[in-house]
Design a protein around this ligand. Structure first.
Ligand code: G3P
Ligand code: CA
Length: 343
């Protein structure tokens, strides 16, 4: 294990280790979703630095490739919802009107400004967060972000791990690129290659996770993300099946955990007003799979949940999830540290 990664790596290993770890109270991981994205434009280095300062255990990177094959940290395969690409390169949209990251070299990506996420009509997706308009912030490469986090791990003597999502691997393959290989290359060059290093790899595509484990032989912890079939996230994956006992048993052969949508666990209030849950967490734990649901947002609470604090209480104290993706890592950190003192 690289010494600089020991704390978060140890945390991850404890959560992935054996029957005992799955049945006893655990301290869940705070995973900063796209950084501290409740406060700063997502996937900017500023948002990642803030997440580090707020005490996140892991910091998420969604990754896509540029035309010249460089992994960059960006949620969409498109640039238009979170950058000023439309004004910088107005002639570069495809016929569908979208600006694809894979049509741009890194030298061009570097000319863009990262913005708070906007709807197609130009309104903010999350009103009340960082204001729309110029930011002076950039779209980072994966290597640059790892350098930032490693630097903060050293200067703050507090370790945060990486939590990397391979975005749209089938799309990348159709474009002639292998996103899994490119990401592993960057990780290896940055000293992340052993199972005990503080990094998770996550993907919505089960075939890509199998490829990582069985063909590319990565020992790194893998998380199977679970979407809803209606979203069209990956038309070749049956996410309803993945939530069945058989599906979970299949996942357990190549992955270490699942990343379900929180509404696949929480079913809203019952007639008596009390929250109702599926048994997905218990069934995953029975197969030694860690459970890291997404996405916990103070400004987007599920139906029937009165406060963010109540949402955290349900998933952490009542359901016993092993980690959670949140746009507000400070609030999750405070909640977990408070309940830890009483355990
Ligand atoms: O990767 C976990 C969570 O981030 C999945 O949703 O769409 O925000 O990448 P998304
Ligand atoms: Ca993600």
């Amino acid at each position: 294990m690289a010494a600089k990664h020991w704390r978060a790596g140890l945390l991850a290993l404890l959560l992935l280790a054996g029957d005992k770890a799955m049945t006893e109270p655990r301290t869940p991981l705070v995973i900063a979703h796209r950084g501290a994205s409740g406060y700063l434009p997502e996937h900017t280095l500023a948002a990642k630095a803030l997440a580090h300062g707020m005490g996140a255990d892991f910091i998420e990177q969604d990754v896509v490739l540029t035309r010249d094959g460089v992994p960059i940290v960006l949620h969409d395969i498109y640039l238009d919802a979170t950058t000023d690409v439309a004004s910088r390169f107005p002639a570069r949209a495809r016929n569908d009107g979208r600006f694809y990251a894979i049509d741009f070299d890194l030298s061009e990506i570097r000319q863009l400004q990262a913005l708070e996420r906007l709807e197609p009509d130009g309104s903010p997706v999350f009103p009340g967060r960082f204001p729309p308009g110029p930011t002076g912030l950039a779209v980072p490469t994966l290597a640059e972000e790892i350098a930032l986090i490693s630097g903060l791990n050293a200067s703050r003597s507090r370790e945060a791990g990486l939590y990397i999502e391979l975005k749209a691997p089938r799309f990348h393959r159709r474009e002639g690129q292998d996103i899994a290989v490119r990401i592993l290359e960057v990780l290896a060059a940055s000293g992340y290659a052993e199972r005990s290093d503080a990094v998770f790899l996550q993907c919505f595509d089960d075939a890509t996770l199998r490829y990582l484990r069985e063909d590319l032989k990565t020992p790194l912890p893998l998380i199977q993300l679970i979407a809803d079939n209606s979203w069209g996230e990956d038309s070749e994956v049956d996410y309803a099946h993945l939530q069945t006992d058989q599906g979970l048993a299949e996942i357990a052969r190549y992955a270490d955990g699942i990343g379900p949508w929180l509404m696949q666990i929480y079913q809203g209030p019952g007639p008596d007003g009390e929250p109702r849950f599926t048994d997905l967490v218990a069934r995953a734990h029975a197969r030694q799979l860690a459970v890291h649901p997404y996405t916990f947002r103070r400004d987007q609470l599920p139906p029937g949940i009165a406060s963010f604090e109540r949402l955290l209480e349900l998933f952490i104290e009542e359901l016993g999830v092993d980690g959670l993706f949140t746009d507000f890592p400070d609030l999750a950190r405070e909640h977990i540290d408070r309940i830890d003192k009483t355990r």
